[in-house]
Design a protein around this ligand. Structure first.
Ligand code: ATP
Length: 315
């Protein structure tokens, strides 16, 4: 199946910026990505990384300054209404008319489409009945998010862009939104979302692009990104009791042993199978049994922080 969205070497400039003597400022420096139908593709990055700008170009809201964007085979900037009707967009700030009430708004949005989605189903599913008589202006952040998501889906889109879909949601609503996103994916929609929340990215994504300062810095499935050699799996600090002033064996340099209180030891930096082999041999000779030794699978957060740290050292 061909990708619904293909972005290649995307450049985006903003400006002129008065604080920079009227110069333009480049915020996307060659972003490339693909998003397939039946997949959740996530743009993950810190605040200001360029996620929303990438989405704005992908949706055709702003023109690119270089590179190419193809959404369902067309350039989305200035695209035909036919293309727009196949795409749903949930913006970060909602973009909803403040004086309307949620249900008339959703019915109104659905009326623009030839093949609208199941509005009643979405209202029920997203608990919008609970605040049906409140105008958009007075809704809480999480309630607005739910209406914005329903509005994005009102036209039964093939591609849906979700900018920070779980922002402001309580745990229950978050679960409802996650379940809905999973169902839409299973129904074959191409879902492109942005988040700076590692946990959301880890739970939802089929494929993740990590973006930093307008550059692609890593990409892969969650499994690929987190499956670096098991040797990089961090192990939590190991503690054990032993005789005071234990004579330490020659441990690898990156292991740090400290006697925190007399007879109580703490070992940091255990990472590799070889570390464990060195330690267990020593423990066996000294008849030491650690209190606990826990292997932590790498999370996207570990990957992200490592990459960001490497980037900082490189600068
Ligand atoms: N209209 C604009 N004019 C000037 N600079 C802009 C404009 N829009 C965005 N930027 C800048 O572009 C950079 C990327 O912003 P963008 O909103 O794409 O980041 P983001 O990754 O979505 O961040 P967040 O997670 O905070 O939403 C930021 O430095 C931002 O200040």
């Amino acid at each position: 199946m061909s990708p619904s969205l293909v972005i290649e070497d995307l450049l985006k400039d903003f400006g002129p910026v008065p604080a920079l003597d009227g110069r333009m400022v480049r915020v996307l420096h060659g972003i490339s990505l693909k998003a397939e139908p039946g997949n959740v593709t996530t743009l993950l990055g810190a605040n200001g990384a360029g996620k929303s700008t990438t989405l704005a170009c992908a949706q055709g809201l702003v023109p690119a300054n270089g590179g190419t964007v193809r959404l369902l085979g067309e350039d989305p900037y200035g695209a035909s209404p036919a293309l727009r009707s196949r795409v749903g967009v949930m913006l970060q700030d909602g973009g909803l008319p403040p004086s309307m009430r949620p249900i008339p708004l959703l019915r109104h949005v659905a009326s623009f489409f030839q093949r609208p989605g199941d509005i009643d189903g979405l209202i029920e599913r997203l608990g919008i009945n609970e605040f049906a008589t409140t105008s958009i202006r007075r809704l809480s952040g999480g309630q607005k998010q739910r209406v914005a998501l329903a509005a994005a889906l009102a036209g039964n889109p093939e591609v849906v862009f979700l900018d920070e879909p779980s922002a402001g949601l309580d745990p229950q609503s978050r679960q409802v939104v996650f379940d809905l996103i999973n169902e839409l994916r299973d129904a074959g929609l191409c879902i492109v979302l942005t988040t700076h929340l590692m946990e959301d990215a880890q739970r939802l994504s089929d494929y993740v692009y990590i973006i930093n300062d307008g550059h692609n810095i890593a990409q892969g499935t969650v499994a690929e990104l987190t499956a670096h050699a098991a040797t990089e799996t961090p192990v939590q600090a190991v503690t054990f009791n032993a005789a005071t002033s234990l004579v330490l064996p020659a441990l690898p340099e990156h292991l740090h042993l400290a006697e925190s209180t007399p007879g109580h030891y703490r070992l940091d930096g255990v990472r590799t199978a070889a570390d464990l082999a060195a330690l267990t041999g020593w423990w066996s000779r000294e008849d030491i049994l650690p209190h606990a030794l826990t292997m932590q699978p790498r999370t996207l957060e570990d990957v992200f922080l490592e990459i960001a740290e490497k980037g900082n050292h490189a600068n």
